[in-house]
Design a protein around this ligand. Structure first.
Ligand SMILES: CSC[C@H](O)[C@@H](O)C(=O)COP(=O)(O)O
Length: 356
């Protein structure tokens, strides 16, 4: 099984997603700064995967005897939209506080934080497998689906969210075809989703975003499946830029639009999608790719990495706790576990945890 993040001997190893599909190269990060830069530059990407990488980054800080508070501060400043990153760091912080309160020594802390990061990774995989069963059951036999960005094993602890549903539906013999949106500007669909589907022999066709309307109108899409980076209490969902456009198109063509995400993506403290912070990335991702520039030098470009799909356009949200149907505010409240630690409130800096 593809797992994009590994941890061994105090080093975080990342399958470098900037270099796929041309090469399967692993980047070794032996400092918190290297892990943070890998997240910022999208060597590792996808909401759950960056949470897992950051959790191992904290374990790495403990193994080196670095400040845990400084590590959490640096890692949480890498990408703002995917709540799983901040949720994972909050969980690592809480575990560290318990260890501090219990008077644990440095070796015990390092071992316990490594175990916590491994648990986050394993639990994510288990959640994906549960979601995949729930989601596949929603699809008609012989389904032709359209997906956006990369929500596969590469974006998670393994198997994937929306692509995990697709994978399971294929294994169950109920999937006929996948339309893969290329996903501008960094082409997670063309480079990563196509790579994962090709490896497993799942029939697929790559399209540019602009072709989605025509493909839907042609009657060849039975469902749209996407992932999520943050889901507000209202059900409004932030996901890769272009997702909102697909949801509008799906509604126009009467096609079900499903969001698939683990519960760690739900930010129940946020009343609506208006409060979700949207990452704005380097305009050079839009004016070219790598060293190739296709826009005239100096062309102004706007590069929001995510958009928010209003809840009313979402047919159902598939989580590991079950399939949520509108009204989402009630559905989310019903499945929330009382006193369960959630992600930190937006803008809250990591506190001084001391260091040794
Ligand atoms: C399962 S990963 C979260 C999303 O579903 C995915 O589509 C996405 O938006 C990833 O964004 P990225 O910018 O590649 O990290």
């Amino acid at each position: 099984m593809i797992q994009p993040v590994r941890y061994a001997g105090g080093v975080v190893h990342l399958l470098d997603q900037r270099r796929l599909p041309a090469e399967e190269a692993w980047q070794a990060c032996s400092s918190v700064e290297e892990v943070a830069r890998a997240i910022e530059t999208m060597a590792v990407r996808g909401a759950p995967a960056i949470g897992i990488a950051a959790a191992y980054g904290v374990a790495l800080a403990a193994a080196r005897g670095d400040s845990i508070a400084a590590a959490i501060r640096r890692l949480s400043a890498t990408r703002p939209t995917a709540v799983n990153l901040h949720w994972a760091l909050a969980r690592m912080e809480s575990r560290y506080r318990q260890l501090q309160a219990a008077g644990a020594g440095p070796r015990e802390v390092a071992a316990a934080l490594e175990a916590e990061a491994r648990a986050i990774q394993q639990e994510d995989l288990a959640m994906n497998l549960r979601m995949a069963e729930h989601g596949a059951a929603l699809l008609p036999a012989g389904a032709r689906v359209l997906t956006h960005c990369n929500t596969g094993a590469l974006a998670t602890g393994g198997h994937g969210t929306a692509l995990g549903v697709i994978r399971t539906a294929w294994q169950q013999g109920r999937l006929r075809h996948v339309w893969v949106d290329e996903t501008r500007p960094v082409l997670q669909g063309a480079r990563l989703t196509a790579w994962e589907l090709q490896k497993e022999g799942i029939p697929h066709t790559l399209i540019v975003e602009g072709a989605a309307a025509a493909v839907m109108r042609s009657g060849q899409v039975d469902a749209v499946l996407v992932g999520a980076d943050r889901i507000a209490a209202s059900g409004d969902t932030a996901n890769k830029i272009g997702t909102y456009m697909l949801a509008v198109l799906a509604r126009h063509h009467g096609i079900p639009f499903y969001v698939v995400a683990p519960w760690s993506t739900v930010d129940a403290a946020l009343p609506s999608g208006d409060a979700i912070p949207i990452e704005e990335r380097d305009p050079r991702e839009v004016t070219g790719y790598g060293d190739v520039r296709w826009a005239p030098e100096g062309t102004p470009a706007f590069n929001p990495a995510f958009d928010v799909t209003p809840a009313e356009l979402i047919t159902a949200i598939v989580t590991d706790r079950g399939v949520l149907r509108p009204p989402y505010r009630d559905a989310i409240a019903a499945l929330a576990v009382p006193d369960e630690p959630g992600p930190p409130a937006l803008g809250r800096p990591a506190q001084d945890l001391g260091c040794w």
